[in-house]
Design a binder for this molecule. Sequence first.
Ligand code: PHE
Length: 455
Amino acid sequence: MSERAQFATKMGVIAASVGSAVGLGNIWRFPYEAGMHGGGAFISIYILCVILLGIPVIIAEFIIGRSTHKNANSAIKTLAPGSKFRFLSYIGIIASTMILSFYSVVAGWIAEYLFLSITGSLNGHTPQEYSEIFSSLVGNPWRSLIWTYLFLGANFLILRKGIQKGIERISNLLMPLLFILLIVFSINSLLLPKATEGLKFMFMPDFSQVSPGMVVGAMGQAFFSLSLGLTCLLTYASYFSNKTPLVRSATIIALLDTCVAVLAGVIIFPAVFSFGAEPTAGPKLVFEVLPNIFQQMPGGYFWSLAFFVLLFFASVTSTISMSEIFITFFTEEHNMSRKKATWLNTIIAIVFGSLCALSFNVLGDIKLFDKNIFDLFDYVSSNILLPAGGFLLAIFVGWIMDKKVVKEQLTNNGTLNVKLMKPIIFCIKYIAPAAIALIFLYVIGLFKHIEALFI
Ligand code: PHE
């Protein structure tokens, strides 16, 4: 393998990982998942998952990547020769390809909304009309396909031209702008007539609503939003320098990512209640609600344009990181040329992305477990594969890896004083794997059987 580059600055490390983490997961998926699962209780469990599972598993990925400076497959071969944990890299490739497929469909919707914003046709409609605009987009197979392909084409070009670093740099400049925009929008939402209803929905948890579906949804959302469990952050960490403080970086990434998601909620829910939308609307929620907000703001044209441009960049920095998992694996492990690997990744995403785009129209009747293809891809990758990957990563670092190496990584060879070292190792070793396993058992319904034995 050739000399691998390193991130030059502390900012570079955090910015690239935040670029991967912050995206449609925060702004599109978080509000709709929270809305479908009753709001406050979901959000509380989500935050608990970020703290108890998210941060420890980010640290686990960082430790593996940075201690070896290799991709997931070689890293595990180096740390534990002959171990079956190499399967982690297959989980990564399968999950990242599935996510890239449905994510590109949603990013395609963003691209079309950006286009509509430019032409001014997203202005001046009633809530009913906004809902129709979205239905006519997803209901039309050609429109959905074309925008998905355009997005995948942009992703391909960025990867092919080797300008992903450049895009990441631009997007690092733009991300603070996105953050500022979200703050402006949330202030605006807080002034809407039914803002308190929205805030109550988000922040007054009703724990009687807790269900297996909600808990696994919150865990899946935490993994999805943090780009976790599929060796994406492991791959990024393989480029970290030996000075990068792993615990601090992991905490900052989790904190920033969660702030963006909560801000998105503060924007969406007051508007949901004020404009008469349904919080349980699912994937279409944000697309139906947001245009109403821009519409009633002074200078709405400008706000919607700025928002969709920034969200587009946030989506691209996330899809680049998904594709990189695939490309790094095939170039470094199978000697494939970068060009071929990028083509392969894009062609697979075009095939599966098409199926996902068509599941809102011509393939709408194809359902498995009551889910269309798009929902199935989303559910299997986010709620099953990523937590399963996280489970294995935590077990690997907690139980298989040499403890000395783990400590050296956490403390940067003894140069850092990590106060929470013991609790962190405890979480990686026991809490994270046990919680993930228990949540899976809860979903399978095992607890019901055990309860039945005692009653
Ligand atoms: N975390 C990204 C988001 O929130 C999605 C993502 C998932 C990116 C998995 C990379 C890997 O949009």
